[in-house]
Design a protein. Structure first.
Length: 304
């Protein structure tokens, strides 16, 4: 697919504070620049790496620019070098720009960053040669309304979640009351430490740790899993991903935490939340036999 690698542009993201990440990024730079691939680096990586040895000095990623303005060609791929947290950061940076993401695992579990560094050269070669598939992953979108019912645009800086949106209590002993409506109809009023609303991709993340069900990433569903519910009769539920969720939260502290893929902030209980499927998907690059079922066997010891 890419007989002329000079026409390929790749953006690289990673945690610049980790030596293992920097080592793998240097390896990728060596491999790709030798092939004539154009490279963009996140600002954090560019500040930590000595780029004088690379001809042309890889450019900064600038999410405010249209991708084709950097080299005159669209960005073909984003490489996330690190763990699943780095992958989520990369997905937030890419947003709706329709750039497929390949995750290279330098972390521990790595459900999103599936490629292992031992296979990196072969994986990069297959990427250049077009030997890959693209999976579409759904996201959730969060809108916050004030007490007058007016949407507070910009209050949540990154309102879209590839993994989950979590409603969390603010104090150690505080229990939340979370009135939950689906398409305008009351589902339940949870009395719990919180509520996790997860995508199929996020089913293996926070949702799994609190006893929620697993979904294959291509599923068309949304999972609602309460955190330490007061009632034993309350269980996780999976709804259709075209359904819309509205939440009203009350708390003794008149505030609560909302976390969007780990990006947390405090909100007042006079605000309400609306959650629905985002209008775009995250494109995930799959190469070789790396995939969800293999991750279940190898990383969760499925069936052992």
């Amino acid at each position: 697919m890419y007989p002329n690698c000079a026409k390929m542009t790749i953006a690289i993201f990673g945690n610049a504070m980790k030596s293992t990440t920097l080592r793998e990024v240097r390896h990728i730079l060596d491999f790709m620049t030798e092939k004539g691939v154009h490279i963009l680096l996140s600002q954090e990586l560019r500040q930590e790496l000595d780029l004088r040895e690379y001809p042309g000095f890889p450019e900064n990623w600038d999410g405010d620019k249209q991708p084709e303005n950097v080299y005159g060609e669209p960005i073909d791929f984003a490489l996330s070098v690190g763990g699943d947290g780095t992958f989520l950061t990369t997905a937030a940076a890419v947003g709706d720009k329709n750039i497929p993401i390949l995750g290279v695992n330098c972390g521990h579990l790595g459900f999103l960053a599936e490629v292992q560094t031992d296979d990196l050269d072969d994986i990069l070669k297959q990427l250049i040669e077009g030997q890959y598939t693209i999976e579409q992953r759904s996201l959730l979108s969060l809108t916050v309304f004030d007490k007058d019912g007016i949407a507070r645009e910009g209050l949540i800086l990154s309102p879209n979640a590839l993994n989950e949106i979590a409603i969390l209590k603010q104090g150690l002993t505080n229990m939340l009351t979370i009135e939950t409506k689906i398409n305008g109809e009351l589902l339940h009023t949870y009395h719990s430490d919180g509520l996790v609303i997860a995508t199929p991709t996020g089913s293996t993340a926070y949702n799994l740790s609190i006893g929620g069900p697993l979904l294959v990433p291509q599923s068309r569903g949304i999972i609602l899993t309460p955190i330490a519910p007061h009632s034993l009769t309350v269980r996780p539920i999976i709804i259709l991903d075209e359904w819309k969720i509205d939440l009203r939260i009350s708390s003794r502290y008149d505030s609560f935490m909302v976390s969007v893929d780990g990006r947390s902030q405090s909100l007042s209980t006079d605000m309400s939340l609306h959650i629905e499927r985002a209008p775009y998907t995250t494109k995930v690059v799959q190469i070789g036999d790396n995939g969800f079922l293999k991750s279940l066997r190898n990383k969760l010891n499925w069936g052992k």
